[in-house]
Design a protein around this ligand. Sequence first.
Ligand code: SF4
Ligand code: MG
Length: 327
Amino acid sequence: TGRLLEVDNLRVEFRTRDGVAKVINGVTYHVDAGETLAVLGESGSGKSVTAQTIMGILDTPPGFVTGGEIRFQGRDMLAMSAEERRRIRGEGIAMVFQDALSALNPVFNVGFQIGEQFRVRRGMSRADAKKRAIEMLDLVKIPNAKQRVNEYPHQFSGGMRQRVMIAMSLALDPQVLIADEPTTALDVTVQAQIMDLLAELQRERQMGLILITHDLGVVADVADRIAVMYAGRIVEEADVHELYAKPAHPYTIGLLESIPRIDEKGQQLRTIRGLPPSLLKIPSGCPFHPRCPMAQPVCVEKVPPLLQLGPTRASACHFAEELVSRD
Ligand code: SF4
Ligand code: MG
């Protein structure tokens, strides 16, 4: 099958001075070749930490994997040698970060930074690596790539800089690309252009793409499936159309209601009441219960398991079946 990457019941803790923060509490998701999974959640939901754990760049300490597996092409990466993991990084799985300016090195031109991977990992000469860097800039549609390859990160606009980051991440032709809030720092028009570019590259290369975002509106047009995270858990997973048509979790309903819509301009945006919980003290039962308009006594007592509701959807709410069967 085309199953490329599987996160299976992953658990991560941060041991801080204030106590143990349970940051990832049994996260399971996968991405196949040729599909786009959006991982959606507020900040602190664990979506970035999951990605950092996949990439092997979790801050250790204080971050510790306390359970689960991360399988790339069926093999558990957490059980691999550091050398094997390093090889997968870049060639198997690559990542685009939110803040291109701090991810790029200000003292080297972008051609050198893209070319570095060809030199270090492919043993190319400087001249060949630069040629390949120009091709990569062309690939991500940066005009005048031949000139711009010699320029430094600060000479690029935010959007162009994010394209450079994407070029860099694709240099070793990865099978899975993880993009963590790749457009958050950009204005709306540029956001859409970067999303279109990612979607196009994903299609052409038949990559598995994981888009991490707090903004459902940004990923709606490009995602095939959506996994919604809350307090270090997946609370709903569904095909994108199903999720929009009939969300099966009150948290997803809240997220959908808080998407700004053009035709409702000027209207007060609805937001989910309250704040995400402290991961040092996750609420009992359903971790969403203090904010949930549908909460019942059972929600305070019992953790709702992530239940499969159909072939392409699952929800972790005691009342999920009622939600999907409503008109
Ligand atoms: Fe709300 Fe209860 Fe469902 Fe949690 S389990 S989302 S508190 S209704
Ligand atoms: Mg984040």
